[in-house]
Design a protein around this ligand. Structure first.
Ligand code: ATP
Length: 316
């Protein structure tokens, strides 16, 4: 677990970037720091690996004050990923991944780097290219592979997916979550994008101007119980819609699916899908309906978007 206790950072010019920060980042989970520009997210992140030293309070990893540890040793256990990946332009993809010092034994090193590239979705054919020969999304993947190279228990990621277009971003987020489900790292991610925070975060810390924490909670808690006006506004007007991601669709009453009717062109959902999935399907279907199917893809029945609204009314 990473803990911030009464952490403060005042820069020499007097700017107070972080003020009285108390926060816990659970082991093996993703905690997202979110908030408007200039509210102290990056400063907080960098105090974990001592790129910035606090002027008050304590940052500790598993109970050990980071200031008691040699910065080089500390950083070996902490992967770091930044926006635009920060790759060395004159080194190949493979050599970028190999810059991580902890890798030992030349042959093993190379194989592990290639394996990591593969895991982040880059086939071996990319290994000898230079960063400029990659798309933004591919560069971000190399950045993630490089951060994972030393198999650090902790990963710090500063706007890791924000330099790419929304479709690539969604893809990278999804793949990253799949990877994290296997790796179980303790991760802190900075973003100013609440949608990204909701997708990636097991927990979200909302920062406000002046380096104060406005609220910490699960995505669901933030969307359904914003602590105050600031969080309510930041989470946004469509939070009701986003909140549907956390509501199950299992008790929707189904209308019988007419025998012999084809499923072609119908949007389908399954047990366990959220109401947000169902609403999306019904709103994009010309008939305003979505069909529930079983594990083998056979139709169980259909719903109309009015049924979803009725269910929400009942749950209020
Ligand atoms: N080296 C520095 N000297 C003085 N002020 C600084 C320094 N670094 C950051 N700041 C200020 O500290 C405050 C917090 O900055 P920080 O980069 O942590 O914010 P942020 O929430 O990450 O913002 P963004 O989303 O824009 O990256 C800002 O007002 C910033 O201008």
């Amino acid at each position: 677990m990473i803990t911030f206790e009464a952490v403060r950072k005042q820069f020499p010019d007097g700017t107070v970037a972080v003020d009285g920060l108390d926060l816990e980042l659970p082991t093996g989970r993703i905690t997202v720091f979110v908030g408007p520009s200039g509210c102290g997210k990056t400063t907080s992140l960098r105090m974990i690996n001592r790129m910035i030293e606090p002027t008050g309070g304590t940052v500790a990893i598993d109970g050990k004050d980071v200031r008691a540890q040699d910065p080089a040793t500390l950083r070996r256990g902490i992967g770091y990923v930044i926006q635009h990946a920060g790759l060395f332009p004159h080194k190949t993809v493979l050599d970028n991944v190999l810059t991580v010092p902890k890798l030992v034994g030349r042959g093993r090193e190379r194989n592990r780097a290639l394996e990591l590239l593969e895991r982040v979705g880059l086939p071996a054919a990319f290994a000898d290219r230079y960063p400029a020969q990659l798309s933004g999304g591919q560069q971000q993947r190399v950045g993630v592979a490089r951060a994972l190279a030393a198999d650090p228990p902790v990963m710090l990621m500063d706007e890791p997916f924000s330099a790419v277009d929304p479709i690539v971003r969604a893809q990278l987020q999804e793949e990253f979550l799949r990877l994290q489900a296997e790796l179980g790292k303790t991760i802190a991610i900075v973003t100013h994008d609440i949608d990204e925070a909701v997708v990636l975060g097991d927990r979200i810390a909302v920062f406000r101007q002046g380096g104060h924490l406005a609220q910490v909670g699960t995505p669901e808690e933030l969307l359904t119980k914003p602590a105050d006006e600031f969080v309510r506004n930041f989470v946004g007007r469509d939070r009701g819609y986003r909140g549907l991601s956390f509501q199950r669709s299992d008790d929707l009453l189904l209308h019988p699916f007419p025998a012999g009717r084809s499923l072609d062109g119908e949007g389908t959902f399954r047990d366990g899908d959220s109401l947000r999935v169902v609403v999306d399907l019904t709103l994009t279907s010309p008939t305003g309906t979505a069909v529930k199917v079983d594990a083998d893809g056979r139709p169980l029945g259909f719903v109309h978007h009015r049924d979803v609204v009725d269910l929400l009314e009942q749950r209020r």
